[in-house]
Design a protein around this ligand. Structure first.
Ligand SMILES: *Cc1c(COP(=O)(O)O)cnc(C)c1O
Length: 407
Protein backbone atom coordinates (compact mmCIF):
# COMPACT_ATOMS: atom_id res chain seq x y z
CA UNK A 1 0.00 0.00 0.00
CA UNK A 2 1.10 3.60 -0.52
CA UNK A 3 3.37 5.15 2.11
CA UNK A 4 2.99 8.88 1.53
CA UNK A 5 5.67 11.28 2.80
CA UNK A 6 3.71 14.35 1.72
CA UNK A 7 0.10 15.49 1.67
CA UNK A 8 -0.66 18.02 -1.06
CA UNK A 9 3.05 18.79 -1.17
CA UNK A 10 3.35 19.34 2.58
CA UNK A 11 5.91 17.06 4.30
CA UNK A 12 4.28 14.91 6.99
CA UNK A 13 7.53 14.83 8.98
CA UNK A 14 7.63 18.64 9.11
CA UNK A 15 4.05 18.66 10.45
CA UNK A 16 4.93 16.07 13.11
CA UNK A 17 7.79 18.32 14.19
CA UNK A 18 5.76 21.53 14.09
CA UNK A 19 2.61 20.26 15.82
CA UNK A 20 4.09 17.40 17.85
CA UNK A 21 2.87 13.81 18.16
CA UNK A 22 0.56 12.02 18.42
CA UNK A 23 -1.12 13.93 15.64
CA UNK A 24 -4.28 13.33 13.61
CA UNK A 25 -3.65 14.56 10.10
CA UNK A 26 -6.37 14.91 7.43
CA UNK A 27 -6.15 15.39 3.68
CA UNK A 28 -9.06 17.69 2.81
CA UNK A 29 -8.68 17.03 -0.91
CA UNK A 30 -9.22 13.31 -0.38
CA UNK A 31 -12.48 13.97 1.49
CA UNK A 32 -13.77 16.18 -1.32
CA UNK A 33 -12.61 13.64 -3.91
CA UNK A 34 -14.67 10.91 -2.19
CA UNK A 35 -17.78 13.10 -2.22
CA UNK A 36 -17.28 13.83 -5.92
CA UNK A 37 -16.83 10.11 -6.68
CA UNK A 38 -20.24 9.41 -5.11
CA UNK A 39 -21.87 12.35 -6.88
CA UNK A 40 -20.55 11.07 -10.21
CA UNK A 41 -21.52 7.45 -9.54
CA UNK A 42 -25.10 8.42 -8.68
CA UNK A 43 -25.44 11.20 -11.28
CA UNK A 44 -28.50 9.51 -12.83
CA UNK A 45 -30.66 10.01 -9.70
CA UNK A 46 -31.49 12.96 -7.41
CA UNK A 47 -28.87 12.12 -4.76
CA UNK A 48 -28.40 13.48 -1.27
CA UNK A 49 -25.26 12.51 0.61
CA UNK A 50 -25.89 12.56 4.36
CA UNK A 51 -22.43 12.22 5.87
CA UNK A 52 -22.49 10.10 9.05
CA UNK A 53 -21.15 12.75 11.42
CA UNK A 54 -20.03 10.25 14.05
CA UNK A 55 -17.12 9.10 11.87
CA UNK A 56 -15.31 12.43 12.33
CA UNK A 57 -17.16 15.42 13.73
CA UNK A 58 -14.55 18.16 13.99
CA UNK A 59 -16.11 21.48 12.96
CA UNK A 60 -13.64 22.29 10.16
CA UNK A 61 -14.19 18.85 8.64
CA UNK A 62 -17.98 19.29 8.76
CA UNK A 63 -17.63 22.69 7.16
CA UNK A 64 -15.47 21.28 4.34
CA UNK A 65 -17.91 18.43 3.76
CA UNK A 66 -20.74 20.95 3.51
CA UNK A 67 -18.77 23.08 1.05
CA UNK A 68 -18.34 19.96 -1.12
CA UNK A 69 -22.11 19.51 -1.28
CA UNK A 70 -22.85 16.85 1.31
CA UNK A 71 -25.40 17.09 4.12
CA UNK A 72 -25.40 15.38 7.52
CA UNK A 73 -26.79 12.43 9.41
CA UNK A 74 -26.44 12.96 13.16
CA UNK A 75 -26.91 10.37 15.89
CA UNK A 76 -27.02 12.74 18.86
CA UNK A 77 -28.31 16.25 19.52
CA UNK A 78 -24.72 17.29 20.13
CA UNK A 79 -23.81 16.17 16.61
CA UNK A 80 -26.81 18.11 15.30
CA UNK A 81 -25.52 21.22 17.07
CA UNK A 82 -21.99 20.72 15.73
CA UNK A 83 -23.47 20.49 12.23
CA UNK A 84 -25.42 23.71 12.72
CA UNK A 85 -22.30 25.47 14.02
CA UNK A 86 -20.40 24.28 10.94
CA UNK A 87 -22.97 25.96 8.69
CA UNK A 88 -25.58 23.32 7.89
CA UNK A 89 -29.22 24.34 8.10
CA UNK A 90 -31.67 22.21 10.10
CA UNK A 91 -33.27 21.08 6.83
CA UNK A 92 -29.94 19.58 5.76
CA UNK A 93 -29.58 17.42 8.86
CA UNK A 94 -31.30 14.15 9.63
CA UNK A 95 -31.36 13.01 13.24
CA UNK A 96 -31.02 9.23 13.55
CA UNK A 97 -31.06 8.49 17.27
CA UNK A 98 -31.14 5.09 18.88
CA UNK A 99 -33.46 4.79 21.84
CA UNK A 100 -33.13 8.33 23.22
CA UNK A 101 -35.56 10.09 25.57
CA UNK A 102 -38.60 11.81 24.11
CA UNK A 103 -37.29 15.10 25.51
CA UNK A 104 -34.40 14.84 23.03
CA UNK A 105 -36.81 14.09 20.21
CA UNK A 106 -38.83 17.18 21.09
CA UNK A 107 -35.72 19.32 21.11
CA UNK A 108 -34.79 17.96 17.68
CA UNK A 109 -38.26 18.85 16.34
CA UNK A 110 -37.90 22.32 17.86
CA UNK A 111 -34.55 22.77 16.11
CA UNK A 112 -36.20 21.68 12.86
CA UNK A 113 -34.21 18.58 11.93
CA UNK A 114 -36.01 15.54 10.59
CA UNK A 115 -36.27 12.66 13.04
CA UNK A 116 -35.54 9.13 11.89
CA UNK A 117 -37.93 7.10 14.08
CA UNK A 118 -36.43 3.81 15.27
CA UNK A 119 -39.08 2.17 17.48
CA UNK A 120 -42.84 1.60 17.62
CA UNK A 121 -43.21 3.32 21.03
CA UNK A 122 -41.45 6.40 19.64
CA UNK A 123 -43.66 6.34 16.55
CA UNK A 124 -46.73 6.26 18.78
CA UNK A 125 -45.53 9.10 21.04
CA UNK A 126 -44.56 11.11 17.98
CA UNK A 127 -48.03 10.64 16.53
CA UNK A 128 -49.75 11.54 19.79
CA UNK A 129 -47.64 14.69 20.13
CA UNK A 130 -47.37 16.02 16.59
CA UNK A 131 -50.17 14.31 14.65
CA UNK A 132 -49.98 15.31 11.02
CA UNK A 133 -47.81 18.40 11.57
CA UNK A 134 -44.23 17.06 11.51
CA UNK A 135 -42.88 14.82 8.72
CA UNK A 136 -40.64 11.94 9.76
CA UNK A 137 -38.43 9.22 8.40
CA UNK A 138 -38.84 5.63 9.60
CA UNK A 139 -35.84 3.41 10.21
CA UNK A 140 -36.58 -0.16 9.18
CA UNK A 141 -34.59 -3.19 10.22
CA UNK A 142 -34.46 -5.16 6.96
CA UNK A 143 -33.17 -8.38 8.62
CA UNK A 144 -30.06 -8.55 6.49
CA UNK A 145 -26.78 -9.77 7.89
CA UNK A 146 -24.18 -7.69 6.10
CA UNK A 147 -20.40 -7.53 6.25
CA UNK A 148 -18.15 -10.00 8.04
CA UNK A 149 -18.06 -8.44 11.51
CA UNK A 150 -21.10 -8.90 13.78
CA UNK A 151 -20.04 -5.96 15.98
CA UNK A 152 -20.57 -3.58 13.09
CA UNK A 153 -23.50 -5.30 11.41
CA UNK A 154 -26.66 -3.48 12.49
CA UNK A 155 -29.43 -4.57 10.13
CA UNK A 156 -29.79 -8.23 11.12
CA UNK A 157 -32.80 -9.57 12.95
CA UNK A 158 -31.21 -9.47 16.40
CA UNK A 159 -29.90 -5.93 16.02
CA UNK A 160 -31.26 -3.22 18.34
CA UNK A 161 -31.63 -0.77 15.46
CA UNK A 162 -34.75 0.19 13.59
CA UNK A 163 -38.27 -1.24 13.48
CA UNK A 164 -38.44 -4.80 12.24
CA UNK A 165 -39.72 -5.08 8.71
CA UNK A 166 -42.03 -7.79 10.08
CA UNK A 167 -43.77 -5.08 12.11
CA UNK A 168 -44.77 -3.13 9.02
CA UNK A 169 -48.51 -3.69 9.78
CA UNK A 170 -48.09 -2.04 13.21
CA UNK A 171 -46.19 0.86 11.64
CA UNK A 172 -48.95 1.37 9.11
CA UNK A 173 -51.62 1.22 11.78
CA UNK A 174 -49.94 3.98 13.85
CA UNK A 175 -49.26 6.12 10.79
CA UNK A 176 -52.95 5.81 9.84
CA UNK A 177 -54.26 6.43 13.34
CA UNK A 178 -52.27 9.66 13.89
CA UNK A 179 -52.05 10.71 10.23
CA UNK A 180 -48.24 10.92 10.53
CA UNK A 181 -46.61 12.28 7.36
CA UNK A 182 -43.88 9.79 6.41
CA UNK A 183 -41.37 11.54 4.16
CA UNK A 184 -38.75 8.83 4.05
CA UNK A 185 -37.86 5.23 4.77
CA UNK A 186 -34.38 4.30 5.96
CA UNK A 187 -32.18 1.27 6.32
CA UNK A 188 -28.55 0.98 7.42
CA UNK A 189 -27.20 -2.54 7.44
CA UNK A 190 -23.78 -1.83 8.89
CA UNK A 191 -20.20 -1.13 8.03
CA UNK A 192 -17.76 -2.75 5.62
CA UNK A 193 -20.29 -3.99 3.09
CA UNK A 194 -18.46 -4.14 -0.14
CA UNK A 195 -21.01 -5.89 -2.25
CA UNK A 196 -23.47 -3.94 -4.41
CA UNK A 197 -25.75 -6.99 -4.16
CA UNK A 198 -26.21 -6.41 -0.42
CA UNK A 199 -27.26 -2.82 -0.99
CA UNK A 200 -29.65 -4.05 -3.63
CA UNK A 201 -31.08 -6.60 -1.21
CA UNK A 202 -31.69 -3.76 1.25
CA UNK A 203 -33.11 -1.72 -1.59
CA UNK A 204 -35.66 -4.41 -2.41
CA UNK A 205 -36.90 -4.30 1.20
CA UNK A 206 -37.20 -0.50 0.95
CA UNK A 207 -38.95 -0.62 -2.44
CA UNK A 208 -41.52 -3.12 -1.25
CA UNK A 209 -42.30 -1.25 1.96
CA UNK A 210 -42.37 2.10 0.13
CA UNK A 211 -45.43 1.06 -1.90
CA UNK A 212 -47.44 1.37 1.34
CA UNK A 213 -46.41 5.00 1.90
CA UNK A 214 -47.85 7.33 -0.76
CA UNK A 215 -46.28 10.61 0.43
CA UNK A 216 -42.59 9.74 0.41
CA UNK A 217 -39.91 12.23 -0.64
CA UNK A 218 -36.88 9.96 -0.32
CA UNK A 219 -35.47 6.51 0.36
CA UNK A 220 -32.34 6.33 2.49
CA UNK A 221 -29.99 3.40 1.86
CA UNK A 222 -27.67 4.15 4.80
CA UNK A 223 -23.88 3.91 4.75
CA UNK A 224 -21.30 1.22 5.17
CA UNK A 225 -19.36 1.47 1.91
CA UNK A 226 -16.16 -0.42 2.42
CA UNK A 227 -12.72 1.07 1.99
CA UNK A 228 -9.45 -0.89 1.87
CA UNK A 229 -7.63 -1.09 5.19
CA UNK A 230 -5.27 -4.00 4.50
CA UNK A 231 -3.50 -4.99 1.27
CA UNK A 232 -5.93 -7.92 0.80
CA UNK A 233 -9.06 -5.80 1.32
CA UNK A 234 -11.52 -5.23 -1.48
CA UNK A 235 -13.19 -1.84 -1.45
CA UNK A 236 -16.73 -1.20 -2.63
CA UNK A 237 -16.70 -0.51 -6.35
CA UNK A 238 -18.51 2.83 -6.14
CA UNK A 239 -19.11 3.40 -9.88
CA UNK A 240 -20.60 -0.09 -10.12
CA UNK A 241 -22.65 0.42 -6.96
CA UNK A 242 -23.95 3.71 -8.34
CA UNK A 243 -24.91 2.12 -11.65
CA UNK A 244 -26.68 -0.89 -10.15
CA UNK A 245 -28.50 0.89 -7.33
CA UNK A 246 -29.48 3.89 -9.49
CA UNK A 247 -30.96 1.65 -12.19
CA UNK A 248 -33.01 -0.31 -9.63
CA UNK A 249 -34.07 2.95 -7.97
CA UNK A 250 -35.25 4.54 -11.22
CA UNK A 251 -37.18 1.42 -12.07
CA UNK A 252 -38.82 1.57 -8.65
CA UNK A 253 -39.73 5.27 -9.03
CA UNK A 254 -41.45 4.41 -12.30
CA UNK A 255 -43.56 1.87 -10.46
CA UNK A 256 -44.12 4.22 -7.51
CA UNK A 257 -45.38 6.82 -9.94
CA UNK A 258 -43.16 9.68 -8.81
CA UNK A 259 -39.47 10.62 -8.71
CA UNK A 260 -38.01 10.31 -5.22
CA UNK A 261 -34.63 11.33 -3.83
CA UNK A 262 -32.03 8.69 -3.09
CA UNK A 263 -30.15 9.29 0.15
CA UNK A 264 -26.95 7.61 1.29
CA UNK A 265 -25.06 8.00 4.57
CA UNK A 266 -21.36 7.33 4.05
CA UNK A 267 -19.13 7.81 7.10
CA UNK A 268 -16.00 5.76 6.64
CA UNK A 269 -16.01 6.21 2.88
CA UNK A 270 -15.64 9.98 3.10
CA UNK A 271 -13.01 10.30 5.80
CA UNK A 272 -11.23 7.02 6.56
CA UNK A 273 -8.48 7.17 3.94
CA UNK A 274 -8.09 10.93 4.34
CA UNK A 275 -6.80 10.47 7.90
CA UNK A 276 -3.40 9.54 9.30
CA UNK A 277 -2.35 9.10 12.92
CA UNK A 278 1.30 10.11 13.32
CA UNK A 279 3.02 8.65 16.37
CA UNK A 280 6.61 8.67 17.62
CA UNK A 281 8.63 5.67 18.75
CA UNK A 282 9.49 5.85 22.44
CA UNK A 283 11.15 2.48 22.83
CA UNK A 284 12.22 -0.54 20.80
CA UNK A 285 12.05 -3.56 23.05
CA UNK A 286 13.48 -6.90 22.00
CA UNK A 287 12.07 -9.91 23.79
CA UNK A 288 13.05 -13.54 23.18
CA UNK A 289 10.10 -13.81 20.79
CA UNK A 290 9.17 -10.37 19.42
CA UNK A 291 10.40 -6.94 18.37
CA UNK A 292 8.09 -4.55 20.21
CA UNK A 293 7.86 -0.92 19.22
CA UNK A 294 6.36 1.34 21.88
CA UNK A 295 4.81 4.61 20.70
CA UNK A 296 3.46 7.80 22.32
CA UNK A 297 -0.20 6.85 21.71
CA UNK A 298 -2.46 3.87 22.21
CA UNK A 299 -6.02 2.59 22.32
CA UNK A 300 -7.00 5.86 23.96
CA UNK A 301 -6.42 7.56 20.60
CA UNK A 302 -7.20 4.75 18.15
CA UNK A 303 -9.42 2.08 19.63
CA UNK A 304 -10.42 0.29 16.43
CA UNK A 305 -7.65 -2.35 16.49
CA UNK A 306 -8.55 -3.47 20.02
CA UNK A 307 -12.31 -2.94 19.75
CA UNK A 308 -13.04 -4.36 16.31
CA UNK A 309 -9.82 -6.25 15.51
CA UNK A 310 -9.42 -3.63 12.82
CA UNK A 311 -6.33 -3.72 10.65
CA UNK A 312 -4.61 -0.36 10.16
CA UNK A 313 -1.72 -0.24 7.73
CA UNK A 314 1.41 1.26 9.30
CA UNK A 315 4.80 2.44 7.99
CA UNK A 316 7.99 3.98 9.22
CA UNK A 317 8.05 7.55 7.95
CA UNK A 318 11.58 8.18 9.22
CA UNK A 319 13.25 5.17 7.59
CA UNK A 320 11.96 4.24 4.18
CA UNK A 321 14.52 1.77 2.84
CA UNK A 322 16.86 -1.07 3.67
CA UNK A 323 16.23 -4.04 5.89
CA UNK A 324 12.79 -4.84 7.27
CA UNK A 325 11.73 -6.91 10.28
CA UNK A 326 8.42 -7.99 11.79
CA UNK A 327 7.45 -5.53 14.52
CA UNK A 328 4.54 -5.42 16.91
CA UNK A 329 3.57 -1.80 17.56
CA UNK A 330 2.02 -1.18 20.96
CA UNK A 331 0.72 1.84 22.83
CA UNK A 332 1.63 3.35 26.20
CA UNK A 333 -1.66 2.49 27.91
CA UNK A 334 -1.66 0.13 30.90
CA UNK A 335 -3.77 -2.40 29.09
CA UNK A 336 -2.88 -4.58 26.14
CA UNK A 337 -3.14 -2.04 23.37
CA UNK A 338 -1.65 -3.45 20.22
CA UNK A 339 -1.98 -1.04 17.33
CA UNK A 340 -0.39 -3.33 14.74
CA UNK A 341 0.86 -6.90 15.21
CA UNK A 342 3.66 -8.61 13.27
CA UNK A 343 4.13 -5.95 10.61
CA UNK A 344 7.08 -5.83 8.29
CA UNK A 345 8.62 -2.37 8.83
CA UNK A 346 11.94 -0.82 7.84
CA UNK A 347 14.25 -0.91 10.89
CA UNK A 348 12.66 1.15 13.63
CA UNK A 349 14.70 3.13 16.12
CA UNK A 350 13.77 5.36 19.02
CA UNK A 351 12.44 8.70 17.82
CA UNK A 352 11.20 7.40 14.44
CA UNK A 353 7.80 8.66 13.30
CA UNK A 354 5.34 5.92 12.38
CA UNK A 355 2.16 6.53 10.38
CA UNK A 356 -1.10 4.63 10.92
CA UNK A 357 -3.34 4.82 7.88
CA UNK A 358 -7.14 4.93 7.53
CA UNK A 359 -7.29 6.87 10.78
CA UNK A 360 -9.85 9.45 9.63
CA UNK A 361 -13.01 7.52 10.51
CA UNK A 362 -13.79 6.50 14.10
CA UNK A 363 -10.32 7.64 15.17
CA UNK A 364 -10.46 10.98 16.92
CA UNK A 365 -14.21 10.71 17.61
CA UNK A 366 -13.64 7.52 19.63
CA UNK A 367 -10.58 8.90 21.46
CA UNK A 368 -10.72 9.16 25.23
CA UNK A 369 -8.72 10.38 28.20
CA UNK A 370 -8.12 6.86 29.54
CA UNK A 371 -5.03 6.68 31.75
CA UNK A 372 -5.49 10.45 32.12
CA UNK A 373 -3.79 10.92 28.78
CA UNK A 374 -4.42 13.97 26.62
CA UNK A 375 -6.10 13.79 23.25
CA UNK A 376 -4.02 14.64 20.15
CA UNK A 377 -4.09 17.73 18.01
CA UNK A 378 -5.82 17.63 14.60
CA UNK A 379 -4.39 19.21 11.47
CA UNK A 380 -6.22 19.47 8.15
CA UNK A 381 -4.34 20.14 4.91
CA UNK A 382 -6.34 22.13 2.40
CA UNK A 383 -5.07 23.77 -0.79
CA UNK A 384 -1.49 22.92 0.10
CA UNK A 385 -1.63 24.53 3.52
CA UNK A 386 -1.74 22.88 6.96
CA UNK A 387 -4.37 24.19 9.38
CA UNK A 388 -4.48 23.35 13.07
CA UNK A 389 -8.18 22.57 13.51
CA UNK A 390 -7.98 21.32 17.10
CA UNK A 391 -5.31 22.06 19.67
CA UNK A 392 -3.68 19.26 21.59
CA UNK A 393 -5.31 18.91 25.00
CA UNK A 394 -3.48 20.25 28.02
CA UNK A 395 -3.41 19.07 31.60
CA UNK A 396 -5.97 21.78 32.49
CA UNK A 397 -8.48 20.07 30.19
CA UNK A 398 -8.46 17.06 32.52
CA UNK A 399 -9.36 19.30 35.46
CA UNK A 400 -12.20 21.13 33.72
CA UNK A 401 -15.57 20.30 35.36
CA UNK A 402 -13.93 18.60 38.33
CA UNK A 403 -14.72 19.81 41.81
CA UNK A 404 -11.94 18.86 44.17
CA UNK A 405 -13.08 18.09 47.66
CA UNK A 406 -10.17 17.54 49.99
CA UNK A 407 -11.64 15.21 52.62
C1 LIG B 1 -22.58 4.89 11.48
C2 LIG B 1 -23.69 5.12 10.57
C3 LIG B 1 -23.46 5.30 9.20
C4 LIG B 1 -22.09 5.26 8.56
O1 LIG B 1 -21.47 4.02 8.53
P1 LIG B 1 -20.06 3.88 7.77
O2 LIG B 1 -19.71 2.46 7.93
O3 LIG B 1 -19.08 4.78 8.46
O4 LIG B 1 -20.27 4.29 6.36
C5 LIG B 1 -24.55 5.58 8.40
N1 LIG B 1 -25.81 5.63 8.91
C6 LIG B 1 -26.05 5.46 10.22
C7 LIG B 1 -27.44 5.54 10.71
C8 LIG B 1 -25.02 5.17 11.09
O5 LIG B 1 -25.28 4.97 12.39
Amino acid sequence: MLKPTHIQGVAIEALAQEFGTPLYLYDGEKIVHQIQTLQTAFAAVPLRIKYATKALSSLSVLSLIRKAGAELDAVSLEEVKLGLLAGSSPAEIMYTPSGVSFAEIQEAVQIGVMVNVDSLPLLEKFGQTYGSTVPICIRLNPHILAGGNLKISVGHKESKFGISIEQLPQILELVQRYQIPVAGLHIHTGSDIYDAAVFLKGGKVLFEAAMQFPDLRFLDFGGGFKVAYSPEDTATDIPELGRIVSAAFLEFCEKYGRALELWIEPGKYLVSEAGYLIVQTTVVKETPTLHFVGVDSGLNHLIRPMMYDAYHDIYNLSNREGATAPYTVVGYICETDTLAAHRQLHTVKEGDFLVLKNAGAYGFTMASNYNARLRPAEVLVWEGKAHLIRKREQFEDLLRNQEMIQW
